[in-house]
Design a protein around this ligand. Structure first.
Ligand SMILES: O=C(O)[C@H]1O[C@H](OP(=O)(O)OP(=O)(O)OC[C@H]2O[C@@H](n3ccc(=O)[nH]c3=O)[C@H](O)[C@@H]2O)[C@H](O)[C@@H](O)[C@@H]1O
Length: 256
């Protein structure tokens, strides 16, 4: 048996010189792909798919319009597709005119077919004068807003038109105490603003400004949020004009 195997092994073998591999065609994969596409009208189906997608993105160009508060002081054009209120409320406000800053469709800069990602934002002092207007604007833009306020000077009435909106939360909290929230942006407005209020308890005012701001900066650092701190025109020195006009910049140019 062994000798048989040895014998067969010594039979004439094809010499390595006679082997010649097939020549490699450089465009083989490309031509194969083209042939694949041309067969069975596949290319036609691709074009039809593109045409349908283009039609859909043209008819529905942007994401659904965001919630607009009915009593928002920065009124924006309220879309018919509003879903947070009963039909009669929608009809009541659907003819509202746009008066405030910003465009009727704040998502208009988003590329076709892409939905703008709403941000999670905390507004400290959001129940105050400036803060509540900011909250209206952010909600109208489609963001989720958490108002943190101790109601020292702010009022619940300033934000109560957002109650029931899933994009809105109100927390009674003093920023002097730490607070952990998962947010993308922090607007820090919590502070007694007018002299009669900040002189009421100067030590508490300093605590709010220093400890409160440190707490909010710590939160920003911890969750990687961007931070906006509102300050006072006092930082520009004693004004030479009173009341100050928008064109008066004091001792410093606030825009650099
Ligand atoms: O500087 C201005 O031009 C404006 O200043 C204030 O507006 P604002 O800065 O929004 O001050 P507040 O309305 O008093 O709002 C401050 C908010 O911070 C809150 N706050 C204050 C102190 C504190 O320790 N924690 C806290 O959450 C208050 O409750 C309030 O909601 C006046 O109310 C406006 O009339 C004025 O036009």
């Amino acid at each position: 048996m062994g000798s048989e195997l040895i014998y067969r092994g010594s039979e004439t073998q094809p010499s390595s010189d006679s082997y010649s591999p097939k020549p490699v065609k450089p465009w083989a994969s490309v031509t194969r792909t083209i042939h694949y596409l041309l067969r069975e009208q596949r290319l036609l189906f691709v074009f039809v798919g593109i045409a349908i997608a283009t039609l859909i993105f043209t008819v529905f160009p942007t994401s659904p319009a965001p919630y607009v508060a009915p009593h928002s002081r920065f009124t924006t054009l309220i879309p018919d597709s509003i879903t947070y209120f009963p039909i009669e409320t929608q009809q009541k406000f659907s003819s509202a005119h746009r008066l405030g800053f910003g465009s009727a469709n704040p998502t208009s800069k988003i590329p076709l077919g892409l939905k703008r990602k709403g941000l999670r934002i905390v507004v400290t002092g959001g129940a105050g004068f400036v803060g509540s207007h900011l909250v209206d604007r952010l909600i109208a833009r489609g963001d989720s807003v958490i108002v943190v306020d101790n109601f020292f000077t702010g009022r619940k009435q300033n934000v109560m038109h957002h109650f029931g909106n899933p994009n809105f939360e109100l927390i009674r909290h003093d920023v002097v105490e730490p607070l952990l929230l998962e947010v993308d942006q922090i607007y820090h407005l919590a502070c007694p603003a007018s002299p009669v209020h900040y002189k009421f308890n100067p030590v508490k005012t300093i605590k709010t400004n220093v400890v409160g701001t440190l707490n909010m900066l710590g939160l920003a650092k911890r969750v990687g949020a961007t931070f906006l701190l509102t300050s006072t025109s006092e930082v520009y020195g004693d004004p030479l004009q009173h009341p100050q006009k928008e064109t008066y910049w004091g001792n410093v140019n606030p825009i650099g």
